[in-house]
Structures are given as structure tokens and as C-alpha cells.
Design a binder for this molecule. Structure first.
Ligand code: DP6
Length: 332
């Protein structure tokens, strides 16, 4: 028996971020989050359940490089997600997984979000499961890469959370063509993460500022929803920057602390302040890494991108508009 399916999923950037896991087994977060899917950073994954295979086989290809078999923790995370799908579908066949990213491994962007969203949709389809968007988002969240559940719905996405497995899933709040806001990734660091997000999700409560963050997030969720609805870049930028700083304050004050930013990060932040003084609207956010995501309008993207690339600390940039959510590719 051989059953195959291919899916494409975008990465996403959170305006209000997921930081801290309340239940690690189910990947239930403490707080809700809001993101935008990224149209220049996606993963295409083919899953083939094949009863002639003795073990699962996983190969990952990064932009410009040949596909390489994976091992260790990344392999185990993929197998665990295949197991969730097999249990639901009542099948036992092992699978071959081939996953290709259209962006480099060292760009420090959320590759696992695109990867686990594409894996989940392709595996569910190949296994013959009929799941709606909510169920796909829940199953994707359970992979352990929580932010991946936001790559399932279209465009601008709200990860709802009532603290239960059934009530923690992502929904689209606006399609990709609702607002042509841009996220330019300014790459200032290409080293491998020394501390994984998973480690830090588990230690948030050791920071005295985490409780403060949790009080602030619901207000930011409301403001972000309004900013998206009203196409209000200035309002979005203020919330985005405040939320990113709050996440990093928690990381820097947790036990043990993590300092993700480097001097390149701060060079971009200070440049953005200078440019804003000159009237150019561009705002920062950072995930669990040093690279800066710069949010600006579509009209300003060429100017902002050029200025970013002129900064000596910026190695290269990736310019993203909003993208549709994950989808299956027609086999024909
Ligand atoms: C800082 O556990 O979803 O990006 O380590 O890539 O699997 P991976 O990430 P995940 O944590 C992401 C945290 C974040 C903020 C966010 O995307 O909401």
C-alpha cells in the first residue's frame, strides 16, 4: 500500500507572540497570539505512507542545498507527528517525508512553523483523514511547534486559547489580500540557536515579569485586531514593538536567562528610530533570535529594504507580503 500527498505551508511572523507553554504535552500556551503568514518563506512537504518501509524516512532540503536525511531531535519530532496521524487514521504503515524550504536554514526564521503545518496537512491527507481547518490547526499545534498552528488559516491569523485542547486553535481574521503590509527579515545572525524556544517556553514563570506580560497581552490582542481591521500601520507598529520587547524582557529575566539580541539587532532598532524621525514608518519585532523583522507598508518596502541592506550589520534581507494559509497541492 502506498498513499501520498503534498502540501505547501507558509511561515508566519507574530505581531503578538506566543511565549510560554502551560501544558507541554498538548502545547497549550498561556496566551493568545496574532500573526501574518509570509509569502516568501514556505515549505513544501510530500508524505508517502508505504507499507513496504521498515522505518520512517525524513529528508529536508534547504534553499540552494541538496536534500539531506534528518536524525536526532528533528527526526523524532516528525515521527511523533506522523504517529499522531497514524493513531487517528488507524494505519500502521511507515512514511517517507520529503520537505523543501524556499529560504535558507540560517535565516533564523520560524522554519518549524511552515514545516510542521505542511507535514500535518500532507500526512493527514495521505492517511485519508478528513479534517476541517480547526482540527488541522489543533493537530498541527500538538506537534510541539505551537506557532505552526497559525500557518494553517489564511492571511492574518488569531490563535485562540481557552486553556483546553479543543479550544486552542487558529482562525483567520482577514485574508492575505486584506492589507498589503510587509515584513522584511533583516538577517544579522546566521548561527544555530543555542537555546531552543521549547526550553524557554518551559521556564517563563521563573521571570517576575511574565505575570506582567500576561496582564498586557489581552489589550495588545484587541489593539492588533483593530489595527489589522483599520489598516493602521502606526498602531500595529507600536503594539508589535511593545510585545517583542516584553517577550525578550521575560527571556532575559528567566532562570537561566537568555539574551537573544546581538549588536546587529540593536543597530537595526536604532536605525528604525532614526528613519521614523525622518518620517519613514517602519517597526521592529524579533522572535527567539537576533534577526529583526521590519514591518512597513508595501509603498515603502523598496526604500526600507535598500536602507536595511546598506547597514553593515545586515547580511541579507527577505521581503515578505501576507500569504494564504497551508494548502494541498493537486497531485495531477
Ligand atoms: C518567539 O515553539 O512555536 O516565534 O521553536 O520554531 O518550534 P519553534 O517555535 P514555537 O515558538 C515560537 C515562539 C516565537 C513567537 C511566536 O511565533 O509567536
Amino acid at each position: 500500500m502506498k498513499q501520498t500527498a503534498t502540501a505547501v505551508a507558509p511561515s508566519n511572523i507574530a505581531f503578538v507572540k506566543y511565549w510560554g507553554v502551560r501544558d507541554a504535552a498538548l502545547t497549550l500556551p498561556y496566551n493568545e497570539s496574532i500573526s501574518m503568514n509570509l509569502d516568501a518563506c514556505s515549505t513544501t512537504t510530500t508524505v508517502t505512507f508505504d507499507s513496504s518501509l521498515d522505518t520512517d524516512e525524513v529528508a529536508i532540503q534547504w534553499y540552494g542545498q541538496p536534500a539531506r536525511p534528518t536524525a536526532g531531535r528533528p527526526f523524532e519530532r516528525v515521527v511523533a507527528q506522523l504517529d499522531r496521524v497514524r493513531i487517528r487514521a488507524g494505519i500502521e504503515a511507515r512514511a517517507s517525508v520529503v520537505s523543501a524550504n524556499n529560504f535558507p536554514a540560517d535565516a533564523g526564521i520560524a522554519s518549524s512553523a511552515a514545516g510542521f503545518a505542511a507535514l500535518t496537512i500532507a500526512a493527514a491527507s495521505a492517511a485519508g483523514l478528513q479534517l476541517n481547518e480547526r482540527d488541522l490547526s489543533i493537530l498541527t499545534r500538538q506537534s510541539g511547534s505551537g506557532s505552526a498552528c497559525r500557518s494553517i488559516p489564511d492571511g492574518f491569523v488569531h490563535w485562540l486559547n481557552d486553556g483546553t485542547d479543543a479550544g486552542s486553535y487558529a482562525v483567520s481574521v482577514a485574508p492575505a489580500d486584506h492589507w498589503s503590509v510587509v515584513d522584511i527579515v533583516a538577517v544579522v545572525d546566521t548561527s544555530i540557536k543555542r537555546v531552543t524556544s521549547a526550553d524557554n517556553h518551559g521556564r517563563v514563570t521563573s521571570s517576575p515579569y511574565f505575570a506582567v506580560r500576561l496582564q498586557e497581552v489581552p489589550g495588545r490582542i484587541e489593539q492588533t485586531l483593530h489595527a489589522i481591521r483599520d489598516h493602521d500601520l502606526g498602531a500595529l507598529g507600536v503594539v508589535c514593538e511593545a510585545d517583542a520587547v516584553s517577550l525578550h524582557v521575560v527571556a532575559m529575566t528567566a532562570i537561566p536567562p537568555t539574551f537573544y539580541w546581538n549588536s546587529g539587532t540593536m543597530a537595526v532598532v536604532h536605525a528604525l528610530h532614526r528613519w521614523r524621525d525622518q518620517g519613514l514608518m517602519a517597526y521592529f519585532t524579533m522572535d527567539a533570535g537576533a534577526n529583526v523583522h521590519v514591518i512597513c507598508s508595501d509603498a515603502d518596502k523598496t526604500e526600507v529594504d535598500q536602507r536595511l541592506r546598506e547597514l553593515p550589520e545586515v547580511q541579507w534581507t527577505i521581503v515578505n507580503g501576507p500569504a494564504r494559509g497551508a494548502y494541498l497541492v493537486d497531485p495531477t
